[in-house]
Design a protein around this ligand. Structure first.
Ligand SMILES: [Zn+2]
Length: 403
C-alpha cells in the first residue's frame, strides 16, 4: 500500500475565551509578519543586505525584553517562529518566480497561525476523532467530518473572512488503491460542466457556481457605493465575505466530485495540458478554450472558474497517482475540438458558440465537448482510425505506457 501525505481541514468551534485568545495570537503573528517584512525590505533597499526570518527571530528575543513589547512573550513562541518560516518560504517562492512579492497581512482578512505539536507528548494532545489540544488554547471542539489515520506534527488554526474557524494539518497515511480498471477515458475540461468524458458523462455542473458569482458581483457593486467604514459598509462587506466562502466551498465540492468520479471510473485517464496560464491567453483569442460565456465575463468570474479547472486537473493528477491510475497529458496545441473523432477530418474553424456539429467528411454528429474528450483518449493511447494522421501527432506518452 502506498503511503501518502493527506491534508485535512476540519471546522472547529472555539469558546468565547479561546476566540479572544486566538484574536490576540493572530494579531501577534500578523505583527511579526508585517514587522519582519518591513525590516527585511528596508535593509535590502538601504544596504543591499539580505536577511531571513531566522535573523529576525534573534531580534525578536531581544524585543520581548523591552518595555512596551511584553505582549510578544505572551503568544506561544512556536507560532511566531512558524510565521517567520512561512515568510522565508514566501520569499523563496517569490525569488523562484512562483509567487508575487510577499504582502502585508491585514486585520480584516483571513488569519492563520501554526502550532507545533510536541511529538514527545503528542498522545496527550491529539487523538484522532477525539482530542485536539494546542498550546495555551487547550482542547478545541472539533467537528470530525473525517477521522485521520495519522498523527500531525503541525496544526494550522485559521479564521476565514466569514468568521469560521478551522484546524488544518497533514498526516501520513496508507491508501488502499481503488480496484483496477481495464478501460481508458478522455477528459475535456469545460465551463458549463467542469469535466466531460469521452463516454459522454458530465461532472461538476457549474451553474450554481455561476449563480453565486453573479450574486457576489452584485454584492461588491453595492459595497462600492457604501461609505467606507460606515455601519452599512461593514455589513455589506460581511455579506460579500460570506459569499466568497460559499463560492470556495461549492468549488471544492464540485471539483472533488468530478475528479473522484473520473479517477474511480477508469484505469487510464487522458487529459489536455491546459494550465491556467494557457487559459488566460485564450481570453485574448489565441486559444480556442474555454467557452464563450466565460470570455464575456472578465475579471473575478474568470479567475474563479479558471481556478476551478486548474483544481480539477490537479486533483485528477494526485488521485490518479494514489490509486495507481495512468495519467496521460496530451499536448495542448492539438486541436481536440476541431478534429472529428470518427474519421480524423480537421475543421478549418469551429466557433466557440457551436456546441454540436456534424462532420462534413463522414457525417458523424458530434457534441463539441464529448468529441474533444474522445480525441484526447485516442491520441493518448495512440489509437483511433485516422486521428494520428493529422497535424496533431504531438502526444506526450509517459514511460508507464511505453514500457
Ligand atoms: Zn468525420
Amino acid at each position: 500500500m502506498p503511503t501518502i501525505q493527506r491534508s485535512y481541514k476540519l471546522r472547529i468551534y472555539p469558546t468565547a475565551v479561546q476566540a479572544q485568545r486566538l484574536a490576540c495570537d493572530f494579531g501577534c503573528a500578523r505583527w511579526v509578519w508585517n514587522t519582519c517584512l518591513a525590516w527585511r525590505s528596508n535593509l535590502y533597499r538601504a544596504e543591499g543586505e539580505s536577511v531571513t526570518g531566522v535573523d529576525f527571530s534573534r531580534e525578536l528575543t531581544f524585543l520581548k525584553r523591552l518595555p512596551g513589547y511584553e505582549w510578544l512573550a505572551d503568544a506561544p513562541a512556536t507560532i511566531l517562529t512558524q510565521k517567520l518560516r512561512d515568510q522565508d518560504q514566501a520569499f523563496a517562492n517569490f525569488f523562484a518566480g512562483r509567487a508575487k512579492f510577499p504582502r502585508l497581512k491585514k486585520k480584516g482578512h483571513a488569519q492563520s497561525i501554526r502550532y507545533q505539536l510536541d511529538q514527545r507528548i503528542v498522545a496527550g494532545l491529539y487523538r484522532p476523532g477525539e482530542l485536539l489540544k494546542v498550546p495555551k488554547l487547550g482542547a478545541l471542539k472539533v467537528r470530525w467530518s473525517r477521522v485521520p489515520a495519522g498523527i500531525p506534527k503541525l496544526v494550522t488554526i485559521s479564521r476565514d473572512a466569514a468568521g469560521r474557524y478551522f484546524a488544518a494539518f497533514m498526516v501520513e497515511e496508507e491508501v488502499q488503491p481503488l480496484p483496477e480498471k481495464p478501460n481508458g477515458v478522455g477528459v475535456d475540461l469545460g465551463v458549463k460542466d467542469l469535466a466531460i468524458t469521452s463516454d459522454g458523462a458530465r461532472f461538476g455542473n457549474a451553474r450554481p457556481l455561476q449563480r453565486l458569482l453573479r450574486r457576489l458581483k452584485h454584492a461588491q457593486r453595492v459595497l462600492s457605493r457604501r461609505r467606507k467604514g460606515s455601519g452599512n459598509w461593514h455589513r455589506q462587506r460581511q455579506r460579500s465575505a460570506r459569499l466568497h466562502v460559499r463560492i470556495a466551498d461549492l468549488r471544492r465540492e464540485l471539483t472533488h466530485q468530478a475528479s473522484h468520479a473520473i479517477v474511480t471510473g477508469a484505469g487510464l485517464i487522458a487529459i489536455e495540458d491546459l494550465h491556467v496560464k494557457g487559459m488566460c491567453a485564450s481570453a485574448k483569442g489565441t486559444l480556442e478554450q474555454p467557452g464563450r460565456r466565460v470570455r464575456q465575463k472578465a475579471g473575478l468570474n474568470r479567475a474563479i472558474l479558471d481556478a476551478a479547472l486548474g483544481e480539477v486537473r490537479r486533483q485528477i493528477a494526485y488521485k490518479a497517482e494514489w490509486n495507481g491510475r495512468v495519467l496521460v497529458v496530451v499536448d495542448r496545441w492539438a486541436p481536440s475540438s476541431k478534429t472529428c473523432s470518427h474519421c480524423g477530418h480537421v475543421l478549418g474553424a469551429l466557433p466557440l458558440s457551436v456546441r454540436a456539429w456534424s462532420c462534413p467528411n463522414c457525417g458523424t454528429a458530434h457534441d463539441r465537448d464529448v468529441n474533444a474528450a474522445r480525441n484526447l483518449l485516442a491520441w493518448a493511447t495512440g489509437g483511433g482510425a485516422g486521428t494520428r494522421n493529422d497535424a496533431c501527432g504531438a502526444v506526450t506518452i509517459p514511460e508507464a505506457l511505453t514500457a
